[in-house]
Design a binder for this molecule. Structure first.
Ligand SMILES: Cc1cc2nc3c(=O)[nH]c(=O)nc-3n(C[C@H](O)[C@H](O)[C@H](O)COP(=O)(O)OP(=O)(O)OC[C@H]3O[C@@H](n4cnc5c(N)ncnc54)[C@H](O)[C@@H]3O)c2cc1C
Length: 400
């Protein structure tokens, strides 16, 4: 690297949700901040998030909404900068918003409002943002020295905010994880999260025949369950319930689907038997489930019969089958469509109060690159804001 390197007090790599939040705060607290990104513009994932309306936080955020090897790690950052603190920012900036189910908060107009707010905060903090910048080399020697396609830079504090591996088309790279490895940090093996599940063989063919059907179910896997909508697709299963469980699913696991949560099936059968004893079970079930699904279930899972011929034992069997439909995915759609990456830089390497690497003062990891992954519903952005804030405040304090 040439000897001339422009000095900044803080260099942040990754102008996404976490990097912008951290940069704005550090800048407004008087730090000289350089924010670098290899993409042509900042905040690309913010713009496409929430179907273009950005589910920017969740009113009910708690540590239980996150997956991590250390489930307590996120608590400190979430307490310092909560969903309500972010909502206050949104209100202060006159961004119109609304609440959907399960406490999910969205922009009324466009995700662009959130990005513009963050860029405005960065401008107010005098942050220098350089896009189209590839980082070629980073070395640590009395601080950090970066060689990039836009020149050489040095800083005594370096923040890695370059996100996870999901959606390479949007600029996702393994840069943060590789850098962590370069510095000898432990990585929790990454995998795609919040992704549709795929199937092979007869299961795939059967599910394909149901493509387009959506229904409310409760899906279980590995001790977790989610009650939300499930969607049959040409490749397998999707919809919020499946995306949520995919973050817990591991290869060779089956998923357990309760097709009629909250319905006591033996009671329903006995009511149908009194009303229409001559009718078939499939006809009666079609009042609760889509017809195409009922016909698949009757060919593969349960025995169709006249209602009057179903005894108590049969009713229990039907109930067990419909409350616990077991399917074995062969995989997920992976990083191509996954909303997040589960795993990342091991939280055991970081201080939970400021995201600093314990054995490398001056180096920080924030946002999705860290092994903290939210459920669907605004939690991933909340982690980006909270971890960015915790770090941004620490950068301020370290200069005092
Ligand atoms: C389609 C989609 C919809 C989503 N919707 C929501 C939602 O509504 N609510 C929610 O909470 N979460 C949502 N998420 C998840 C959320 O977008 C991420 O969790 C969040 O953006 C993570 O923030 P981050 O700053 O850590 O990473 P990112 O926002 O991904 O930012 C990382 C930045 O680093 C840059 N970068 C990567 N590699 C390099 C490199 N080698 N050199 C330089 N720069 C690099 C990238 O260009 C990017 O700008 C969604 C994700 C997707 C994919």
């Amino acid at each position: 690297m040439s000897k001339t390197a422009t000095f900044y007090e803080v260099i942040i790599i990754g102008a996404g949700a976490a990097g912008l939040m951290c940069a704005a705060l550090a800048g407004k607290r008087g730090k000289r901040v350089l924010l670098l990104d290899h993409a042509e513009k900042p905040g690309k994932k913010i713009l496409i998030s929430g179907g273009g309306r950005c589910n920017f936080t969740n009113r009910f955020t708690t540590a239980d909404d996150f997956i991590s090897n250390n489930p307590h790690f996120c608590k400190s950052a979430l307490a310092r900068f909560s969903a309500h603190d972010f909502l206050d920012m949104v209100k202060t900036n006159d961004i119109a918003w609304h609440e959907r189910s399960h406490g999910q908060l969205f922009c009324d107009n466009s995700a662009r409002d959130i990005l513009d707010m963050l860029l405005g905060e960065c401008r107010a903090g005098g942050v220098c943002i350089k896009t189209h910048t590839d980082i070629q080399h980073i070395s640590e020697e009395n601080g950090f020295r970066l060689s990039t396609t836009q020149g050489n830079f040095s800083a005594n504090q370096l923040v890695i905010a370059c996100g996870g591996l999901s959606i390479p088309k949007m600029g996702a790279t393994a840069f943060g994880l590789k850098l962590a490895e370069q510095f000898g940090l432990n990585i929790i093996p990454p995998r795609a999260g919040l992704a549709p599940l795929t199937f092979t063989g007869t299961e795939k063919t059967s599910l394909q025949s149901l493509a387009g059907i959506s229904l409310d179910v409760c899906v279980r896997c590995n001790g977790q369950n989610f009650s939300e909508a499930m969607l049959f697709t040409h490749r397998g299963l999707s919809g919020p319930a499946i995306l949520q469980i995919s973050s817990y699913w591991q290869p060779s696991d089956s998923i357990h689907i309760d097709l009629l949560p909250n319905i006591d099936i033996p009671t329903a059968i006995s009511i149908w038997q009194q009303k229409r004893p001559q009718a078939n079970l499939s006809t009666a079930l079609s009042s609760l489930l889509p017809k195409r699904l009922v016909s698949l279930l009757c060919s593969a899972l349960i025995h169709d019969n006249k209602l009057e011929k179903i005894d108590a034992k049969d009713a229990q069997k039907i109930s067990a089958a419909l409350h616990d439909w077991q399917l074995k995915p062969n995989g997920s759609e992976g990083y191509r469509t996954a909303e997040v990456t589960v795993g990342g830089v091991d939280t055991a390497e970081l201080s939970s109060s400021d995201m600093q690497v314990k054995r490398m003062p001056g180096l920080y990891f924030i946002g999705e690159v860290v092994d903290v992954t939210g459920h669907l519903g605004g939690f991933n952005f909340q982690w980006a804001w909270s971890s960015g804030y915790a770090c941004g405040m620490a950068l301020q304090r370290s200069s005092e």
